[in-house]
Design a protein around this ligand. Structure first.
Ligand SMILES: Cc1ncc(COP(=O)(O)O)c(C=O)c1O
Length: 394
């Protein structure tokens, strides 16, 4: 039998700390390894598989589109991207869409759009204020945008034009704002940085500050969007609207796709000023349309809200039981559990042994981001496994 993990060590750049399991098949919230072992998947491709693995509407849309037209170029009109763009605009506060292929690329485009706006409307302002602890992607500019030194240090010097300020502090944003500022870019809840929730008045205060200064508010909803927090987009919960929003992850329920959405007033790209070979590709957009349509028609966001509440209550129960669980936090189905010691890897492995996949967020914290189609039964199962896994920790 092929030793796939050995092949990875031999041929792959060693950038990922992988869990020693080779996954070969998925269905709904379940996934199977090469030995046929079944797992309940609370990682979901890092908050990607919105509708679970290989959802029939997505698989069918892909198969149908694959038989019809896979790729042409943006030199021509294609129907799947226009259908998806229309559905996104009809169901968000934004007016126009640009498609790309990943989260980092969506954020890059969002920043380029803000810089273009700065050049045209703000006397050449180009700086973007971002938050410490944020994560916006792995391109050089997005490493500069992400306020985490572990991602920045290996690549110094970084592209200019980003100011990282304290998260959840409107004062920090005010202090950092200068004549060179064209935008503030934030995740509504910081995902990779720790599932960090801001105070309720933070985003409204940032919105007001941006309005007062004529600068743009970019929301990176790559992890929070498409229902994960219990509403289609996270901004709905803070009663504000962004000028620009970046999407990716859950939009294609597993198929790579990203999108920049913008208000009409910030839609300043002229022909040729931005582009992509694969962005808006018919195959990816067919998956995106199927995912979004099913999400809307079946109130998947509402399900994430209800099941997320039930899940957090279950995790709170475990917190009561195990003293070393120090915090449970999250919203919808983006949830973290923090420990008093660096035992996240041990708990992850103990869950894996018992058939549950979870994500190590930090040495002392786990993150849970299951498919949004799960119900209370899957939550009960996950809580049962976590209970046993936590009991095994000495
Ligand atoms: C909020 C946020 N922005 C951007 C990214 C980068 O997305 P991608 O890995 O698709 O480039 C991520 C990925 O985790 C993310 O969580």
């Amino acid at each position: 039998m092929t030793n796939w993990q050995e092949l990875e060590r031999k041929y792959f750049m060693q950038t990922f700390s992988r869990v020693p399991v080779t996954l070969v098949k998925g269905q709904g919230a379940r996934i199977w390894d090469e030995d046929g072992r079944e797992y309940l998947d609370f990682v979901a491709g890092w908050a990607v598989d919105t509708l679970g693995h290989c959802h029939p509407v997505v698989a069918e849309a892909l198969a149908e589109q694959a038989r019809t037209l896979i790729q042409t170029s943006n030199q021509f009109y294609t129907i799947p991207q226009l259908r998806l763009a229309e559905l996104l605009v009809q169901n968000s506060c934004l007016d126009r869409v640009f498609f790309c292929n990943s989260g980092a690329e969506a954020n890059e485009g969002a920043v380029k759009l803000a810089r273009r706006y700065g050049k045209l409307k703000l006397n050449g302002a180009y700086e973007v204020i971002t938050a410490m602890g944020s994560f916006h992607g792995r391109t050089l500019a997005m490493v500069a945008a992400s306020g985490q030194s572990k991602f920045q240090q290996p690549y110094l010097p970084l592209p200019v034009g980003f100011v990282n300020v304290e998260y959840n502090s409107i004062e920090a944003i005010k202090t950092a704002t200068t004549k060179q500022t064209c935008a503030v870019m934030l995740e509504p809840i910081q995902g990779e940085g720790g599932v960090n929730l801001p105070d309720d008045d933070y985003l409204p205060a940032v919105r007001a500050w941006c309005d007062q200064n004529g600068i743009l508010l970019i929301l990176d909803e790559i992890q929070t969007g498409l229902g994960r927090l219990g509403t289609l987009f996270a901004y709905e919960q803070s009663g504000i609207e962004p000028d620009i929003m970046a999407l990716a992850k859950g939009l294609g329920s597993g198929v790579p796709i990203g999108a920049i959405l913008t208000k009409e007033g910030a839609s300043v790209f002229a022909a040729g000023e931005h582009g992509s070979t694969f962005g808006g590709n018919p195959l990816a957009c067919a998956a995106g349309y199927a995912t979004l349509k099913f999400t809307l028609d079946n109130d998947i966001a509402g399900n994430a809200k209800r099941v997320g509440k039930y899940f957090i209550a279950g995790l709170e129960g475990l917190k009561q039981k195990f003293q070393f669980v120090t915090d449970v936090r999250g919203c919808g189905l983006l949830v973290a559990m923090e420990f008093s010691r660096d035992i996240a890897q041990l708990v992850l492995m103990a869950c894996l042994d018992r058939g549950l996949l979870v994500n190590r967020l930090k040495p002392n914290a786990l993150r849970f981001m299951p498919p949004l189609i799960i119900g209370n039964a899957e939550v009960d199962e996950a809580i049962g496994i976590l209970d046993k896994a936590l009991s095994s920790i000495r």
